[in-house]
Design a binder for this molecule. Structure first.
Ligand code: SAH
Ligand code: SF4
Ligand code: F3S
Length: 472
């Protein structure tokens, strides 16, 4: 198969670069700027880079290779990247550091043009479909010292078997599908990530079984629209069924049986594809966490239509009711955009109304950011910045008051907590997370790390809870 050959070729490049780098004691710095899929891509890049003889450093000033894995979902990411590239100029002149930029933003031509023009000292530019070729790109730079752009516009294949260096020993991310077919009108992702491609169930199971062997307790399944797993044309044609897996629901059921894995999370599902079999699978699989991330984006049927989300306010609320009735102890989190083109005060009130009704555990709030090439950017009735900010502040106030209220419910209860290790802010304390992903801080021995234990919640503090070990 072509995909396997391609990985073999890259293995040869890894070998060649390793030879060139031998005994040089080289360091690399990586900055991951995007979502969890982007982070998972970075883990693969780190896997390849470390095999090629580089060790990680947190200081880009001392790095021999600097890599930015970019995101372009909102505008601020661009300013951040250009700022960093500006800072690197002097360091590059002094040390000859290799500068590589990859990820979603590199699929945008106006951005790569700007990099060539304003930051010509950048060595490698690669996109989302050519990540696996990083060893080859790096080899070419080391050999010829010429600038290189490796970005393709067609959908990349699904490559298996890349080395990976994971950031945690306890929780791991597993990408189950790439790309997106939904074209929400505000969103750039379908343009920079291509169409939906699902991984073969066999490869996903293998990866998770390996993670279980390595001692991982929690996995998060990743995709832009996880509940359309195996629903794209290529798989429908093949009518794939592997060990009973032919959908997202059956995938959850199968993973639920993998020994050693104790928690399963997933992001993001799309409300329009939240079929009953998925609800039933969440309810019946004991390892699937009962916190479901259900992106709302807007509570107004009008705005949702303009956003091309394919559900109404009522359909979203009905779905929530159905899920609450079928899944005991369900908690919900969501994403909301304020100030999308054409959003009236009334539309915004509808968003507040849904937030009041659903009472989310967590809300990720975003101010609408126009993205070049999306239908939203071309809409005429854009909302002035100050109104967007006013609405954002109002939503934030509501959300924070709800979180405070919600937190009260935890005080006095016993929660199962996966212990992640000493707290960064206070190493004398341990930190962990509940099923609903709330941070809990408590006193305990470091040996409890990577165990799920019962904690009594004694107080709440907006962004975390305090707990204590129950003495039997
Ligand atoms: N596929 C996922 C999310 C992808 S992007 C989903 O559909 O839920 C993560 C979040 O960024 C989105 O849920 C949305 O709330 C936000 N987002 C996407 N495009 C945006 C834009 N142009 N401006 C502001 N927020 C945006
Ligand atoms: Fe963007 Fe919509 Fe796809 Fe999510 S589902 S990645 S918001 S287009
Ligand atoms: Fe993720 Fe940003 Fe790309 S949100 S998919 S890294 S545009």
């Amino acid at each position: 198969m072509q995909e396997i050959d391609e990985i073999k070729i890259q293995e040869q490049y890894i070998e060649k670069v390793t030879q060139i780098n031998k005994d040089k004691n080289l360091k690399y710095y990586i900055l991951t700027m995007g979502c969890q899929l982007n982070e998972n891509d970075s883990e693969k890049l780190c896997g390849m880079i470390e095999k090629m003889g580089y060790r990680p450093t947190e200081q880009y000033q001392e790095a021999d290779l600097v890599l930015f894995n970019t995101c372009c979902v909102r505008e601020n990411a661009e300013d951040k990247l250009f700022g960093k590239l500006g800072e690197l100029k002097r360091i590059k002149e002094k040390r000859g550091t290799i500068i590589a930029i990859g990820g979603c933003m590199m699929q945008e031509k106006h951005i790569t043009d700007k990099i060539h023009e304003s930051y010509p000292y950048t060595d490698i530019i690669f996109g989302t479909h050519t990540l696996h070729k990083f060893p080859e790109d790096l080899y070419k730079i080391l050999e010829k010292q010429n600038k290189l752009q490796d970005v393709i516009d067609i959908d990349g294949k699904v490559y298996e078997g890349l080395p990976i260096k994971r950031t945690s020993n306890i929780k791991a991310s597993v990408t189950i599908m790439y790309g997106c077919n939904n074209f929400c009108s505000y969103c750039i992702v379908p343009y920079v990530r291509g169409r939906e491609r699902s991984r073969h169930p066999k490869d996903i199971l293998q990866e998770i079984e390996q993670l279980a062997k390595e001692g991982y307790k929690e996995i998060t399944l990743l995709g832009q629209n996880v509940n359309s797993y195996l629903k794209s044309e290529e798989w429908k044609e093949k009518q794939i069924e592997y060990e009973g897996i032919n959908s997202f629901a059956t995938l959850l059921q199968k993973i639920n049986k993998i020994e050693g894995i104790e928690r399963i999370r997933f992001i993001s599902p799309h409300p329009k594809d939240f079929t009953d079999d998925v609800i039933d699978a969440i309810a019946s699989c004991d390892k699937v966490c009962k916190l479901v991330h259900l992106p709302l984006q807007s509570g107004s049927t009008n705005t949702l239509k303009l956003m091309n989300r394919k559900y109404t306010k009522e359909q979203y609320l009905n779905l929530v009711e159905k899920m609450k009735s079928k899944i005991p102890n369900l908690t919900l989190s969501t994403d909301i955009i304020v100030g999308f083109a054409g959003e009236t005060e009334e539309d915004f009130e509808d968003t507040l109304d849904v937030v009041r009704k659903v009472c989310f555990e967590q809300v990720y709030m975003f101010i609408y950011s126009r993205r070049v090439g999306t239908p939203g950017d071309k809409m005429s009735n854009q909302i002035p910045e100050e109104i967007k900010h006013k609405r954002f502040d109002k939503l934030k106030q509501l959300v924070e008051s709800q979180i405070e209220q919600n937190n009260q419910k935890y005080v006095g209860t016993v929660q199962k907590v996966l212990v992640e290790g000493p707290s960064k802010n206070n190493p004398e304390l341990l930190t962990g997370r509940t099923d609903s992903n709330k941070v809990v801080i408590f006193k305990g021995m470091p040996e409890l790390t990577n165990k799920i234990i019962d904690l009594k919640i004694i107080s709440e503090h907006m962004w975390y809870l305090k707990g204590e070990i129950i003495n039997e």
